[in-house]
Design a protein. Structure first.
Length: 325
């Protein structure tokens, strides 16, 4: 356990270093963008004294190092400022959009893990059969298909052609409830969720299925399964015991999957007009709403880093055979 504590401390230090590096890169990138935040509100016809007064108000006339450290402190304390266009605190906007993204991603991950685990265990147990070969080819095809392409096809067929599902949005026009939690427990929300969730599941089910298939092949030749057969356990119970021992790599895979899904669904949110953090990021960049864009970039990067950190630590807690030097 002492080795694990040291490993966690090293990972925390590395995590903080990467976060500071990400913030520095964001600071430089937004400084290199053409124009400045003042161009959103002021033009060349405004008096020079008004432009200088606005620069002083926003701290844009301070030395670059002063701006950098003020920016770092604000970002690390989640003080993202106010949106240029929505005139509301950026923190409230980001939290709302993150909840919307989570409402789409979490059900898809749960379904992908459950269905993928069952499918992967069956594939590993039926190694060499015709069914196994056909399903693996299908999974690889789904894995290689871009999610935005699948999303467009699904939208064209099930929404525009058949009319079974709405073409986009999280709720119908005029159907928004008073709070997020009231919204997600309505049939209208579930009706809008099915298509984007289906697209996510068709892609994300491949990772747990193929991963569990590989680990199941290793567990299948273990001695403890022969002992269970000698005890007279039915084949169904033996498969359950083998699957439980093969689930370890899946735990860390789920944590990594969650992190990358939060930043990888930008195109999918645009296709389905889902009001998530990815779509908000694109809108902020188009509107030159720098505070919102910076906050979205930072939060999405932070989520990836945190979930990767959780995956690394979980592996050490779950598998006592892992040694940390």
């Amino acid at each position: 356990m002492q080795g694990l504590r040291g490993y966690i401390l090293r990972r925390i230090v590395l995590l903080l270093f990467v976060i500071l590096s990400v913030l520095t890169i964001l600071f430089v990138l937004f400084k290199l963008l053409p124009g400045n935040p003042l161009s959103v509100f002021l033009d060349s016809n405004f008096p020079e004294e008004m432009i200088q007064r606005q620069k002083r108000l926003w701290g844009l006339d301070d030395p670059i190092w002063v701006q950098y450290f003020r920016y770092m402190w604000n970002m690390l304390t989640f003080n993202f400022g106010t949106s240029f266009f929505q005139m509301t605190p950026v923190r409230d906007i980001v939290i709302e959009k993150l909840l919307h993204t989570a409402a789409m991603i979490v059900p898809a991950v749960v379904l992908s893990v459950i269905l993928g685990a069952v499918l992967g265990a069956w594939l590993g147990w039926r190694r060499g059969s015709r069914q196994e070969g056909a399903v693996v080819v299908g999974l690889l095809a789904l894995r290689s298909a871009p999610s935005f392409f699948v999303g467009i096809i699904v939208l064209m067929i099930f929404s525009y052609q058949l009319g079974w599902f709405p073409p986009g949005g999280m709720v119908s026009i005029g159907g928004h409830q008073e709070s997020f939690w009231a919204t997600i427990f309505t049939l209208d929300f579930l009706h809008h969720l099915i298509l984007p969730c289906l697209v996510l599941v068709t892609r994300e089910i491949t990772s747990p299925a193929l991963l569990l298939r590989s680990t199941m092949l290793e567990v299948k030749g273990s001695d403890f399964l022969d002992i269970l057969r000698a005890k007279g356990l039915p084949e169904r119970r033996i498969i359950v015991h083998a699957t439980r021992n093969a689930l370890l790599p899946l735990v860390t895979d789920v944590a990594v999957m969650m992190g990358f899904l939060f930043q990888g669904q930008v195109l999918l949110e645009i296709i389905f007009a889902w009001p998530g953090v990815g779509r908000e990021l694109v809108s902020a960049l188009n509107d030159l709403d720098y505070p919102v864009a910076q906050a979205c970039f930072f939060v999405m990067a932070l989520i990836i880093l945190v979930f990767n950190f959780i995956a690394d630590v979980l592996y050490g807690f779950i598998d006592p055979r892992v040694a940390y030097s």
